[in-house]
Design a protein around this ligand. Structure first.
Ligand code: ADP
Length: 457
């Protein structure tokens, strides 16, 4: 990874450097040419001006041109009047002057200044007007040290470019080493975390950077994983305990029965007891299977429109079958009267199971064995309340009762149960994108609220 970072970083900076060097090269070149042209224009103009004022004649101007240490090499200057008569003509030794042609005259008319090449030299024709007089000034010269200057510019830019690339590669490598070393430290620390030793957390450090965010996110993930592992471990402990206890009881009952010959009634009594235990085991296993099903996603679960009013009536009938003492008082909200086509989308069997468990609990824990169940619609949701007048649930245990195998006052309670009913209900309701909550005060009963999304048939 460090080589990849270095490479990408170096390539990007090299491209930027190369573009910069090429840009500087061409801009400098252009600038120099513009300066040279400006100098020639000035030479042409100043020649006309000196002649026009009349203070200096052409021989004097020639002397000035000969003696001035100008930067213009192989120069020639000539001035013409508007008729095309030569007013002044000067050129360095053995250098031809630029002649004013008709074509040149035409070309300079528009812009007033016309640049062109004259042999190996650059030349300019300037149209100069003063009062009624018009002059043509022609200047030509050679930018002698241009090549030398270009060579020097190229050398400097190439040197700068190469040094820049070298510095980029070295700094990129050092920078990537630092970056990768922080990630390697993170990886090593993560490697040391095993499922047995899950308490180790990453050091997020002081810098508020992406690495700190990553460490914090991983720590959060580890927290959630640890909670999930702990829950799973607890679940397996509880499940194996709940399954093995009745099996041990069955085993020891059969052992005792088989120790000697017994009367038929005795065998019958043992078999009845074993049957009860097996029934309990069957119930537990069924609940565990349903819990496994409800804990997954909706995938593979049969879904359809479920009318909750009908479902509640079925629960009331079935609860009565568990014990004739149980009574369910069903109340439909006034809004439900004209909303009989309202229900939810889900799995009827699972929803039935969830609601029945809660209603069963209400009847089971109430001294009068009665449960008040009401159904209402509120906006986009359907609400089911299950209330009882039982012992209630201590505030600190309200959240815990939805965990598998959790039972309030497990040891002293005479009321039997598996501790799976509410966990199952919770998972089923969540699977249906709903919510379940409970309100209770110790000694004043409990009120369970199930919220499910409403749809019309
Ligand atoms: P169980 O099979 O023990 O009823 P649940 O998961 O249905 O298992 O309930 C878990 C525990 O929550 C129960 O053991 C009980 O202590 C408590 N609980 C549930 N419903 C009520 C209720 N209506 N009133 C008081 N306690 C309740």
């Amino acid at each position: 990874m460090k080589y990849r970072i270095t490479l990408v970083y170096s390539v990007i900076v090299t491209i930027i450097l190369a573009l910069l060097c090429v840009g500087v090269y061409f801009v400098s070149l252009e600038n120099r040419e513009a300066l040279f042209k400006k100098r020639m224009v000035r030479k042409a103009q100043s020649s006309v001006e000196l002649l026009r004022t009349g203070h200096i004649d052409s021989s004097m101007l020639r002397v000035i041109n000969e003696t001035s240490s100008s930067l213009l090499y192989d120069k020639s200057v000539s001035v013409y009047d508007d008729k095309g008569h030569v007013l002044f003509m000067f050129s360095d030794m053995n250098i031809p002057s630029v002649q004013l042609t008709k074509a040149l005259q035409e070309k300079v008319q528009g812009t007033g200044v016309y640049f062109f090449k004259y042999g190996y030299r650059d030349a300019v024709c300037v149209l100069y007007g003063h009062g009624n007089n018009t002059y043509y000034a022609l200047a030509a010269a050679y930018d002698n040290d241009r090549e030398e200057w270009i060579g020097f510019l190229r050398l400097i830019l190439l040197g700068g470019f190469l040094i820049g690339v070298a510095v980029t590669i070295v700094s990129g490598y050092i920078f990537s080493l630092r970056l990768v070393s922080s990630i390697s430290a993170l990886t090593n620390r993560l490697d040391s975390i095993t499922t047995r030793e899950f308490s180790t957390r990453l050091d997020a450090g002081e810098n508020k950077d992406e690495l700190q965010q990553l460490s914090t996110a991983i720590n959060g993930l580890l927290d959630r994983l640890q909670t999930s592992f702990d829950t799973q471990r607890r679940f397996i402990d509880n499940a194996s305990h709940e399954l093995s206890t009745p099996l041990t009881v069955i085993h020891s009952q059969l052992d005792v029965a088989l120790q000697k010959e017994r009367a038929a009634t005795e065998y019958k009594r043992v078999l009845e007891s074993v049957k009860d235990d097996v029934k309990g085991l069957g119930f537990l296993v069924r609940n565990l299977l349903e819990l496994a099903k409800a804990s997954g996603s909706q995938k593979g679960i049969e879904l359809s429109f479920v009318r909750l009013d009908e479902l509640l009536m079925r629960v009331r009938t079935d609860i009565k079958r568990i014990s004739p003492l149980y009574e369910v008082n069903l109340v439909f909200d006034a809004g439900m009267e004209d909303a009989t086509d309202m229900g939810t989308y889900g799995n009827e069997h699972l929803l039935y199971s969830a609601i029945r468990n809660i209603v069963h609990n209400a009847c089971k824990f109430s001294p009068d064995k009665k449960a008040d169940v009401s159904l209402a619609i509120e906006g986009k949701y359907i609400l089911i309340f299950v209330e009882d007048t039982g012992p209630g649930i201590p505030a600190e245990e309200l959240k815990l009762i939805f965990q598998p195998f959790y039972r309030v006052g497990k040891d002293e309670s005479k009321i039997t149960g598996s501790g799976l009913g509410l966990a199952l209900a919770y998972h089923i309701v969540r699977l249906h994108k709903g919510d379940i909550s409970v309100q209770s005060e110790l000694g004043h009963g409990a009120s369970f609220k199930i919220v499910l999304p409403v749809i019309s048939a």
